[in-house]
Design a binder for this molecule. Structure first.
Ligand SMILES: [Zn+2]
Ligand SMILES: [Zn+2]
Length: 150
């Protein structure tokens, strides 16, 4: 039995490989305008240099956190970025505050960092990542990321 040719790649490596094989143009990953509706709590919108527009709810972005911990958790559960964790069937519905960022700050010129109201803050959302998880109808058909529940 030969195992030659079988190679195990981590999700991170696979993502890197995917990024190398399907590079996005510079204009596609450069934001012209970024609107973060922290006070209204609706979400974030980005106008890209290539004319494309993306928008996400905060809840979606929180569930798409690209940090290693969240990534692994999603990977193990087979969840795609933006898909919420299944709620435990508890006897009493627990009140959870709507997801909102407490702080949003730029990381260099390539990413945004969110400090969420649940205390989580290890996710660095690069422009490249955000463009790849765009959930507009146009991208939803070609992206692996699903659309958020209505
Ligand atoms: Zn995370
Ligand atoms: Zn799109």
């Amino acid at each position: 039995m030969s195992h030659e040719g079988i190679r195990f790649v981590s999700a991170e490596e696979a993502e890197k490989q995917n990024a190398q094989e399907h590079p996005l143009s510079k204009d596609a990953t450069e934001p012209l305008k970024v609107r973060v509706d922290k006070t209204g709590g609706t979400g974030m919108e980005i106008d890209w240099r290539d004319g494309h527009k993306s928008s996400w709810t905060f809840a979606w972005l929180r569930d798409a956190c690209p940090c290693a911990t969240c990534h692994d958790e999603r990977d193990k559960a087979g969840r795609k970025p933006g898909v919420p964790k299944p709620k435990p069937a508890s006897l009493l519905p627990m009140y959870t505050a709507p997801v909102r960022p407490k702080e949003v700050s730029p990381v260099g010129r390539y990413a945004l960092k969110f400090v969420w109201n649940d205390g989580h803050e290890s996710g660095i959302y690069s422009w490249d990542y955000l463009r790849r998880v765009c959930i507009c109808t146009e991208c939803a058909s070609s992206n692996p990321a699903p659309r958020p529940p209505a």
